[in-house]
Each structure stands twice: as structure tokens, then as C-alpha cells.
Design a protein around this ligand. Structure first.
Ligand SMILES: [Ca+2]
Ligand SMILES: [Ca+2]
Ligand SMILES: [Ca+2]
Ligand SMILES: [Ca+2]
Length: 459
């Protein structure tokens, strides 16, 4: 396999700017990932900006001290009702650029002013917090949807504290209304920790070549922006990255997640990457390693693909500016499994190679051939539902073997691989035949805080 990292790691030692995705930055998954000390004051609105999906976050804005639940210790300002998200990847000296689409709804005007704001907090393990900024109106006072960007330099935090970004609105005296937020983007110039990992997807793998197929790329079907229907991450594929052919050609998008297993708040950082035919996971330029805005350390590594089952390493792996290789293609890299009595396999195994399970055509947490919400019916539905010999082309979740064609019967169809996997699994003691269900065991970890909810959809 061609290894690119030896040279690229040198450049990764330089400060780099990475898109640090906030969890659920567009509020399409409710308040997942967001914490509000006054939960009844931070709710969803169906008033969303253009390209903002169905929902935005609305926060009741009133005068400080009136109708608010909490004010951070040492608060010199008017921060009242707010919702915040932890940014555990941020360290002192990091430059943060925060962008939000916002607007202010004024129910009762206030002659002395009002505004929409973003502040930074230091949150201690016991939940107590200190307000680090007093950035009144830094996101504007507009009453129509507008985008605003603010810079922030992370200071030295109190021992044990984690940085958080807090959203709020305020009125100076007796006015009231709502501040609305959507489509948040955070960029952090961080420590340059990079991923050095390789993985196989079962669907496009071509055993004869020992490589994954790049039919989607060759046909021009790979979208330039995040293909996930929910909670997309900002960023697009660099020009030219999809022109490369050979073992380093791009197969598809991947979503990479690091989990800090020592944290009691269950945070995770998610970034997008691309997959090369030989299994290398690379950044959106198609060649560089994927970068994370995290401190060097040991993390659980999670790899997601839009129509394969998610995998997670059993052991925490070392992530730094010179990360050692994590070869997820090899059975020597143990994957997380559910505890007994389950005996299913987290990946398809062939010899000493392992492959992320193919065939999750409906973006849930399992691959099923029969039964309610199975993954086979979607293939038939995609070709019209009534004439099984129909085919469609393009970039579809129902294209199990990722050859650019959705096909239900005939040579190279997308249904047979599902059945093969289920019978194979039955023969290996994990489940039984066509009725077996392959379950994804890597669930969202963002469940520990009382105001957070678990999504039932793959993210
Ligand atoms: Ca939204
Ligand atoms: Ca490669
Ligand atoms: Ca499924
Ligand atoms: Ca296909």
C-alpha cells in the first residue's frame, strides 16, 4: 500500500485551522449536545433561515435577573438565559472563529437596547461556570436572519475547566423577545493532531484488486459537500481531489469521530474525511491526513460511512501530530463489541482482513434483509417499486456495492450482497440466515447530561 503520511506529517506540525464541528450545530436533532441551565427557556423553533432545515434554537431573551434561571459566577454582564456546548478540544492560545446565523424576535420593545450574543464560559467538572467574555450584541441586533462571525482567543482556563460556547439574547430594561440561532460553524487553530488510519468498506471492495472500487468518483457522482442528510458538517472537497486515479483515488466520504473516554460529559469530536481505494483515510484535499482540534492523547476512534455499519476501536488509540498507524483493515486491530450474551461480529472478517458491514441503505443502526424497516425494500423502492428489473444511476444510499447503479436483480445487483452477508453471519454463529439483523453497537455517546437526548438515527 502506498503510504503518504511520512511526508505529510511534516506539514501537519504547522498550526492548522480545522473545522471543529459542534454537535448538532443546526439543531435538526433537537437539543442533542446542547446544555441549558434553564431548559424551558431554550427550545426549538420552526422558524429556520434559508438552508437551515426544519428547526432553529430559540432562547427567551429578557432583562438580566428577570425570568432567568442562572447567572454564571462572577458575571459582570447581562447573560441570562442561555444554552451552551462544551469545546473540550480548545486549549489556551487557540484561535476560535465562530459563525452563526441569527435573528432577534422582539415581543416587547426596549428603548435602551437589546442584542444577540455569543459568550465563552469556563465550565468546571462540578458544573459551576465562569463567564469569560462580555460580548453584548456581538452577533447583532437584526430582526431578520443574518450571518455573523466573531473571533476569540482561548485564555488560560482555571484548573480542570473546559471551555464552552454560550448562546443568548438580552434586553436592557423591560423588553422581551427571543434570540434565534442556526447553522453554527466553529473553526479552531489547534494543536495539529492528525489521524493515521486505514479502513475497508465491504460494499465497494474488489478482492481481485485488493482495492476498493472508485466507480462513484469516476462517474462524477460524489457530491462536493457532506452527503449526510442530517447534521451535515461544513466543508467541501478540494478542487482536483476527485481527479486522482489509481490506488489513491477517492472512494467516498467518511465521517471520523474521536471520543474522550475519560470524560464524564461524553463529548465527541466529529470531522469529515475521504477514503482512498487502498484504505487510507485522508482530509478533503484527498491527500493530507485528517486533522483534529484536540490535544494529543488517547481516544476511541469511530469510523462512519453513510451506508455501512459504524465501527469503533476497542482500545483507545494514540492521536497526536505523529500518530502511529491504526490499521482498521486488519483483524489485529480489535473493534468494540457488545458484551455477552451477544456474540455478533462488528465487521465482516475474511482471513486476517476486516470490513465495515455493507448494506445499511436506510441510515438506521442495523442491516436487515427482512422485517420492518429492512434494507432490501429500499433498493426495490429506489428503482420504482414495481418493476424489479429497473435500475437508476447516481449517488444513492441504496447502492450497496457503490458501483453507481442501484439494481435489484441481475448481475452485480445490490440485494444479493445483503443476503450473502446474513447467511455468512449465520454460518459463523452470530445470527441466523436471512432473518438475521446486524446491529450497530456504536451508539451516540452524547447521552450523559440530563438535557441531552439520544438520536435514533445514524449520525
Ligand atoms: Ca436548522
Ligand atoms: Ca493511499
Ligand atoms: Ca438499515
Ligand atoms: Ca450497485
Amino acid at each position: 500500500m502506498m503510504k503518504l503520511y511520512a511526508t505529510l506529517l511534516t506539514t501537519a506540525l504547522l498550526p492548522i485551522s480545522v473545522m471543529a464541528q459542534l454537535i448538532n450545530a443546526n439543531f435538526e436533532q433537537g437539543l442533542l449536545g446542547w446544555i441549558s441551565p434553564c431548559a424551558e427557556q431554550a427550545t426549538l423553533s420552526t422558524d429556520a433561515p434559508p438552508n437551515g432545515g426544519q428547526y432553529s434554537l430559540q432562547i427567551r431573551a429578557r432583562t438580566g435577573g428577570e425570568g432567568s434561571c442562572i447567572e454564571p459566577d462572577g458575571d459582570p454582564s447581562f447573560l441570562t438565559n442561555f444554552a451552551y456546548q462544551l469545546l473540550p478540544m480548545a486549549v489556551a492560545g487557540d484561535q476560535i472563529t465562530f459563525t452563526a446565523t441569527t435573528k432577534l424576535l422582539v415581543d416587547v420593545p426596549d428603548a435602551f437596547g437589546h442584542g444577540i450574543r455569543c459568550d465563552f464560559l469556563a465550565v468546571l467538572a462540578d458544573g459551576s461556570m465562569t463567564q469569560l467574555t462580555n460580548m453584548m450584541t456581538n452577533l447583532g441586533i437584526h430582526t431578520t436572519w443574518q450571518s455573523s462571525t466573531i473571533p476569540y482567543t482561548v485564555p488560560v482556563l482555571p484548573a480542570g475547566a473546559t471551555l464552552a460556547v454560550a448562546l443568548s439574547g438580552y434586553f436592557m430594561t423591560n423588553g422581551q423577545g427571543y434570540a434565534l440561532f442556526d447553522n453554527l460553524v466553529t473553526s479552531i487553530t489547534g494543536s495539529g493532531a492528525v489521524l493515521n488510519a486505514q479502513v475497508w468498506l465491504e460494499g465497494p471492495y474488489a478482492a481481485a484488486q485488493g482495492l476498493m472500487r472508485d466507480d462513484l468518483r469516476a462517474a462524477g457522482y460524489i457530491p462536493s459537500t457532506d452527503p449526510y442528510p442530517n447534521n451535515p458538517i461544513a466543508g467541501s472537497i478540494a478542487p482536483g481531489a476527485l481527479s486522482v486515479t489509481g490506488p489513491n483515488a477517492i472512494v467516498d466520504w467518511l465521517r471520523i469521530e474521536l471520543r474522550h473516554t475519560l470524560s464524564t460529559t461524553g463529548w465527541q469530536i466529529r470531522v469529515n474525511g475521504l477514503l482512498q481505494r487502498d484504505g487510507d483515510i485522508v482530509a478533503l484535499d484527498g491527500v493530507s491526513p485528517v486533522s483534529f482540534p484536540v490535544k494529543a492523547g488517547n481516544y476511541q476512534l469511530v469510523v462512519r460511512h453513510r451506508n455501512h455499519l459504524t465501527i469503533m476501536t476497542e482500545q483507545a488509540v494514540s492521536i497526536s501530530s505523529t500518530s502511529p498507524l491504526v490499521d482498521l483493515r486488519s483483524t489485529s486491530t480489535a473493534l468494540n463489541v457488545r458484551p455477552a450474551p451477544f456474540n455478533d461480529l462488528p465487521a465482516r472478517v475474511v482471513g486476517n482482513q476486516q470490513f465495515m458491514w455493507q448494506g445499511n441503505t436506510n441510515t438506521d443502526l442495523e442491516v436487515a434483509y427482512t422485517g420492518v424497516l429492512n434494507d432490501r425494500d429500499g433498493i426495490l423502492g429506489a428503482v420504482g417499486g414495481s418493476v424489479p428489473t429497473n435500475t437508476i444511476t447516481g449517488y444513492h444510499f441504496t447502492d450497496v456495492n457503490m458501483d453507481g447503479v442501484v439494481k435489484y436483480i441481475g448481475p452485480n445487483n445490490d440485494r444479493d450482497p445483503l443476503l450473502r452477508d446474513h447467511w455468512w453471519l449465520g454460518a459463523h454463529g452470530g445470527a441466523t440466515g436471512a432473518g438475521a439483523v446486524l446491529e450497530e453497537r456504536v451508539k451516540s455517546q452524547v447521552t450523559s447530561h440530563k438535557t441531552q437526548v439520544t438520536s435514533h438515527k445514524a449520525q
